[in-house]
Design a protein around this ligand. Structure first.
Ligand SMILES: C[S@@+](CC[C@H](N)C(=O)[O-])C[C@H]1O[C@@H](n2cnc3c(N)ncnc32)[C@H](O)[C@@H]1O
Length: 415
């Protein structure tokens, strides 16, 4: 193999990095492609030590951003659409905050290009500042990380010491409850924390992973057409724990079916969309075709014999005990023509075959929900124990294991 031209590569990269116009004129996709190529290159050359040191202080940014949000710094800079600039002392006065604290926060955030500085030393809003508001993925992720997730992870070593390294498996008594001093499961706790609750639902509604991918890349259109041709049910699809109706919406985009009866279920608070400013249950342009039903999946499923039941990103939030109850209720409502589609992260049973993002998601499930991302084998045995059968595993080769679709039917009764 030819030896790499090390000096040439270094010079090309240095030149590109020092070009002031490297992002000028690029579309968002081009910018993202370039960013991903740089990330890949970094990953090729960094050592585990480099990676550790690079990521070790990452938690500080969301916490300082949350502080800046709570103090009202972003509100001040976004009071109107004009470009805003302020001296540190003005920010301090207008937010009624210690000037030295403001100075230190601004100095930190400026290093991340989240504000600009004028030649006179005034802090000036830039495109990041102007775009950083509720309803955008970045803002809501900061609220969730700082208010919900980071306190749990900071408690993790102490929790395991206290419990003698016992795996959290109880939805009402795990690391999350220990860190937040509560005995409520996460979704009940969220109901008492407006900022985090709204952020959670915004993040769910905004997450792109389900937009069209499930329907377009996993299951072929013909699969649905065959399924509906063979069924006799008047209900086409029940989206259980469906949140804002994203999955149903993507389904309708992919398969405009004017006759279909589509049901969106979630807990009543979510379904009634009482969360102000959160685009819950708006279900976009197809709203009129989607029936909304307040229903807890821990109660018997009221819709019987639907062609399809969907559980998208639901089961991974629950330990086996609760997962089995959810599955049992759906099994009891299915008939021999019904199919259950479970969209979740489904790991390979082989160690070393799981990408970083999925392994991270598993850690979040353990810490926050006392649950886990399951392997195919684990799913298979859960399903079997409640009279269900895994018929096919649909994977998107471009999407790792993060979202896999499990096609599940009722186990045939022996005559
Ligand atoms: C991680 S979100 C997934 C939402 C959606 N299926 C998706 O893929 O975007 C989990 C959903 O389960 C809902 N949920 C939590 N507890 C529930 C319950 N007891 N009954 C019904 N839905 C519930 C939450 O409100 C939330 O919308």
């Amino acid at each position: 193999m030819a030896k790499m031209d090390y000096p040439g590569l270094l010079s090309t990269l240095s030149q590109a990095a020092s070009s002031p116009s490297i992002q000028t004129g690029l579309t968002r996709t081009e910018q993202q492609n370039l960013y991903q190529a740089c990330a890949k290159l970094s990953a090729c050359v960094e050592t585990p030590q480099d990676r550790l040191l690079k990521g070790s202080f990452d938690f500080i940014l969301p916490t300082i951003l949350r502080l800046a949000i709570d103090i009202g710094i972003f509100t001040l800079f976004n009071e109107d659409d004009s470009v805003q600039e302020f001296d540190v002392s003005e920010i301090a006065t207008r937010t009624k905050t210690d000037q030295v604290l403001i100075y230190r926060i601004m100095r930190f955030l400026i290093t991340f290009d989240m504000f600009d500085v004028t030649p006179e030393g005034r802090c000036k809003a830039n495109t990041f500042t102007k775009s950083f508001r509720s309803g955008t993925g970045a803002y809501d992720t900061v609220i969730l990380l700082s208010g919900l997730t980071l306190p749990v992870f900071s408690r993790l070593p102490a929790y395991f010491q206290k419990t003698g390294n016992t795996l959290p498996e109880n939805a009402k008594m795990g690391l999350f409850q220990d860190a937040h001093d509560t005995d409520l499961p996460v979704y009940d706790w969220l109901n008492h924390r407006k900022a985090e609750r709204d952020a959670f639902h915004q993040v769910m509604a905004a997450s792109e992973s389900l937009n069209d991918s499930v329907w377009a890349h996993y299951l072929p259109q013909n699969w649905f057409l065959d399924k509906f041709a063979s069924g006799s049910s008047d209900v086409t699809l029940v989206d259980v724990g469906g949140n804002s109706g994203k999955v149903l919406n993507a389904f309708l985009h992919r398969l405009p079916t004017p006759q279909a009866r589509l049901i969106l279920q979630d807990i009543p608070d979510v379904i009634q969309g009482e969360y102000k400013d959160v685009p819950l249950c708006r279900t976009h342009e197809n709203a009129s075709q989607i029936e909304k039903m307040g229903h807890s999946f821990f109660d018997p499923q009221p819709v019987h014999g639907a062609s399809l039941y969907v559980l998208s990103r639901v089961i991974h939030n629950w330990p086996d005990k609760e997962a089995l109850i959810i599955l049992q209720h759906i099994q009891a409502a299915m008939n021999d023509q019904s199919t259950l589609l479970i969209c979740d992260c489904v790991f390979s049973d082989q160690l070393g075959k799981v990408p970083y993002t999925d392994a991270t998601s598993d850690m979040i499930m353990m810490a926050v929900f006392s649950s886990l991302e399951r392997s195919e084998g684990h799913f298979r045995s859960l399903l079997e124990s409640v009279g269900l059968e895994l018929q096919k595993v649909w994977r998107d080769p471009l999407n790792g294991t993060l979202l896999t679709v499990l096609e599940v039917v009722r186990k045939k009764q022996l005559a």
